[in-house]
Design a protein around this ligand. Structure first.
Ligand SMILES: NC(=O)C1=CN([C@@H]2O[C@H](COP(=O)(O)OP(=O)(O)OC[C@H]3O[C@@H](n4cnc5c(N)ncnc54)[C@H](O)[C@@H]3O)[C@@H](O)[C@H]2O)C=CC1
Ligand SMILES: O=C(CO)COP(=O)(O)O
Length: 440
């Protein structure tokens, strides 16, 4: 019976989306949408589309996506508590973009979320104005996300503790080197019922060894924390160019139940947009490892680009990099799933997009062309933004050195040696060569 329902859905979607796959068709609509007591699927879809077109004509809506996956989930969602209040901690390139995504959704689903979204800003002067004031009056983050209009229900707040007051969901989104200091300031101010999502890419290296940033947040603040990671160059998402992402979250032991607590449905409603398709899974470790380590691989691709070695060399680096990412996950985070790396946006798709056009690749290309250091290149190119691979390759090196395993990860190690020890980029192919000839 289930198979028949899926087939019907697929057949219908095939007419409107000629290139859709059966797997995609199934993912487009949750099963609850086709409950047998409801009218037949095609009638539901037609009336939904008519309602949508009427809504568009009435409201002059510019959005021309006929299918809103979230709408079907919203219609069956009854909250048994006050709407969730959201704070985004961070207002950089990705921080502001994700805050925009969230504020669009909280405005749309005001019976689930408090429409006002707070965004903590590490304040700074732009000319003689505070960035916070500019965001709140002109509704643009002129430094970190210029020329993008932000929703008016997104409120910038320079006071960290004030910004999280009353928040039920904290979305962390800052360069990961600043996380320990932020978490320290938050300690003692976050109630245990609060839930969190980390959009950061990197690791925390401390007394517990190499740690996921979500686990670090949980350990330091005592709140359940998931992650969001995907093939998501912020400027493209901010312009509402279609992309996908992965959210991973595990229900905590004190989960309060559906309609009362954060779960996969709530997270989908919070992050999913017609231009930003969300898949929610459990594998927090898998998506976090992939997100952190692809930045190291992207530096190597930048060296290749800067040296003018071409696409074949870049593909070789990405192949080797993916292998080391998976090996790192299996070795140090055995709870992560190998399929996450190739099935999810957070896996190989993020590797490809970052190695094509991310900030890490730009910084490394510039290093190769100018001979400047990574930090000089970051400063000159990024206007205050961060290329996280520079710090991550050091964290990875230090951890592997502690474990006496640097030789098992030749690409990660080569990147570290080039960035920190002035090893020549020309030596990269030799450093990563897989020798299978044994010396006599
Ligand atoms: N930008 C992108 O395309 C994407 C970024 N990410 C990840 O998201 C995280 C955040 O990245 P972005 O928002 O792009 O940041 P960013 O690279 O734009 O960094 C600038 C931000 O850092 C803040 N900052 C500077 N000094 C600070 C301090 N001492 N304490 C706290 N904040 C300080 C600035 O005020 C600004 O908000 C990173 O881990 C990144 O890897 C993930 C996906 C896409
Ligand atoms: O994580 C990213 C894309 O998903 C952004 O990568 P960069 O930081 O290299 O721009």
């Amino acid at each position: 019976m289930l198979a028949v329902r899926r087939l019907t859905r697929y057949t219908f979607l095939k007419r409107t989306h000629p290139v859709i796959s059966a797997r995609r068709a199934y993912r487009y609509f949750p099963l609850s949408f086709t409950c047998s007591r409801r009218p037949p699927l095609q009638i539901q879809l037609r009336s939904k589309m008519t309602a949508h077109i009427n809504h568009k004509q009435h409201n002059g809506d510019q959005d021309d996506h006929p299918f809103r996956r979230t709408d079907s989930a919203v219609s069956i969602m009854h909250l048994k508590r006050e709407p969730f209040k959201i704070t985004v901690i961070g207002s950089g390139n990705w921080g502001t973009t994700i805050a925009k995504v969230i504020a669009e959704n909280t405005a749309l689903h005001s019976h689930i979320f408090n429409p006002e979204v707070r965004m903590w800003v590490f304040d700074e002067k732009i000319g003689d104005e505070n960035l916070t004031d500019i965001i709140n009056t002109r509704h643009q983050n002129v430094k970190y996300l210029p020329k993008i209009d932000l929703p008016h229900n997104l409120v910038a707040d320079p006071d960290l503790l004030h910004s999280i007051k009353g928040a039920d969901i904290l979305v962390f989104n800052i360069p990961h080197q600043f996380l320990p200091n932020i978490v320290k300031q938050l300690q003692g101010h976050v109630a245990p019922h609060v839930r969190a999502i980390s959009c950061l890419k990197g690791f925390e290296l401390g007394s517990k060894g190499v740690q996921l940033l979500s686990s670090y947040v949980t350990d330091e603040l005592g709140v359940q924390c998931g992650a969001l990671s995907g093939a998501n160059l912020a400027p493209e998402v901010a312009k509402e160019h279609w992309s996908e992402t992965t959210v991973a979250y595990q229900l905590p032991k004190d989960y309060q139940g559906e309609g009362k607590d954060v779960d996969h449905k709530i997270l989908k409603l919070l992050f999913h947009r017609p231009y930003f398709h969300v898949n929610v899974i459990d594998d927090v470790a898998g998506i976090s490892i992939a997100g952190a380590l692809k930045n190291v691989v992207a530096l190597a691709c930048g060296f290749v680009e800067g040296m003018g070695w071409g696409n074949n060399a870049s593909a070789a680096i990405q192949r080797l990099g993916l292998g080391e990412i998976i090996k790192f996950g299996r070795m140090f985070f055995p709870e992560s799933k190998v399929e996450t790396y190739y099935q999810e946006s957070a896996g190989v798709a993020d590797l490809i997009t970052t190695c094509s056009g991310g900030r890490n690749v730009k910084v490394a290309t510039y290093m190769a062309k100018t001979g400047k250091s990574a930090l000089e290149a970051e400063k000159e190119l990024l206007n205050g933004q961060s290329a996280q691979g520079i710090i991550t390759c050091k964290e990875v090196h230090e951890w592997l050195q502690t474990c006496e395993l640097t030789q098992e990860y030749p690409l990660f190690e080569a990147v570290y040696q080039i960035v920190y020890n002035n090893v020549r980029m020309e030596d990269l192919p030799e450093m990563i060569e897989e020798l299978d000839i044994e010396d006599e």
